[in-house]
Design a protein around this ligand. Structure first.
Ligand SMILES: [Cu+2]
Length: 351
């Protein structure tokens, strides 16, 4: 399934066919189906409770309405042990009916399956970073690449404020909390999510199938624009992707060479593998741009990655994402052409 960027204007608020990319009830993993079964059960129980309360209420209102000319007070009584026990016991029983399947689903999906792919999902204002500790040193931003039909164990944490990690079609969400770090730089606090990725619907499709992700914890001005894309590959294609994902750019033209010079100004906030930017220590505030040329979107999944959109981004990032932490006016028009060639072409890898 190809998803439109919202600037393509294809979202229809009134589209209630269950094809909407972010709806919560048509998940495609076992995890999302299990959550849905609890969700359906809860909805059925709540609907029954609604009618069980609303029908007697309406009957009472009509039947015991004050009659014209009848000013006598209603019958006075105090307490009714049978009723009081009933309306305490019934909700308790109903809550047990909801709690047991909820626990079952929670426990079923809380263990890390053997052979899981480890991924760290790190929230930043306003984009997501993904690290693959098992595959050497792959770091990507805003695009999460995964092999099909594979258990994945996410460790979710935040580099600044509280965010929440969610891929609606895959199942539940979890908060990304700020953390302190151990001596080796690893986080001391994180939340976890386990999911088995779906199968590819179309095995012949190259460069994978996309699903949408979204931050779901209000985290500042561009929170609603803190999206990411999940790209599911065949296992072979994922391995090829993993081999090329974190390799240095191939600078082949003079334009791109000039762009490489311009990029020296960006490296306090951005890293590209195999360049001096890697030597600057600490967690950077901007996304890793090593495979930027391969990304379909920029600005955390909000705009297609085209030369026009990149130029607009470099002129004034907050025109695309209000409050963006990347400053405007770092480069003039000539430098935009240079750094655009470097970022879009030299960092693109075939896999
Ligand atoms: Cu957010």
């Amino acid at each position: 399934m190809q998803l439109p960027a919202f600037d393509e204007g294809k979202y229809n608020f009134f589209d209630v066919s269950w094809k909407a990319p972010m709806d919560t009830v048509s998940g495609i993993t076992e995890w999302s189906r299990d959550i849905n079964s609890v969700y359906s059960l809860t909805t059925i129980i709540c609907t029954l409770v609604f009618f069980a309360v609303a029908i007697p209420l309406v009957i009472t209102l009509v039947k015991f309405k004050q009659k014209p000319g009848d000013d006598s007070p209603p019958k006075q009584f105090h307490g009714n042990p049978t009723l009081e026990v009933l309306w305490t016991v019934i909700p308790v029983v109903l809550l047990i009916f909801i709690a047991v399947p909820t626990w079952r689903v929670l426990f079923k999906h809380s263990h890390v399956a053997e052979g899981s792919l480890e991924v760290e999902a790190i929230g930043h204002q306003w984009w997501w970073e993904f690290r693959y500790p098992q595959n050497g040193k792959i770091i990507t931003a805003s695009e999460l690449h995964l092999p099909e039909n594979t258990p994945v164990h996410f460790r979710v944490w935040s580099a600044d404020v509280i965010h929440a990690f969610w891929i609606p079609k895959f199942g539940g969400k979890t908060d990304a909390n700020p953390t302190s770090f151990a001596e080796d730089g690893s986080p001391t606090r994180w939340n976890e999510i386990n999911v088995v990725t779906p199968l590819l619907a179309d095995k012949t499709k190259i460069h994978g199938e996309m699903y949408q992700g979204q931050c779901t914890q209000l985290c500042g001005s561009s929170h609603a624009l803190m999206r990411f894309n999940v790209v599911i590959h065949s296992k072979e294609e994922f391995d090829r992707w993993a081999k090329t994902a974190y390799t240095p750019p191939k600078v082949e033209t003079t334009l791109a060479q000039a762009g490489e010079q311009v990029f020296a100004r960006c490296q306090a906030c951005h890293t590209i593998a195999g360049t001096p930017s890697e030597q600057i220590p600490g967690v950077k505030i901007g996304p890793n741009l090593t495979n930027f040329g391969n990304r379909k979107y920029l600005g955390a999944g909000t705009r297609l990655n085209t030369p026009e959109n990149l130029a607009a981004w470099l002129r004034e990032p907050s025109s695309i994402k209000p409050g963006s932490l990347m400053p405007a006016g770092l480069v003039n028009e000539e430098e935009i052409a240079q750094v655009s060639s470097y970022l879009r072409l030299a960092t693109a890898k075939s896999y």
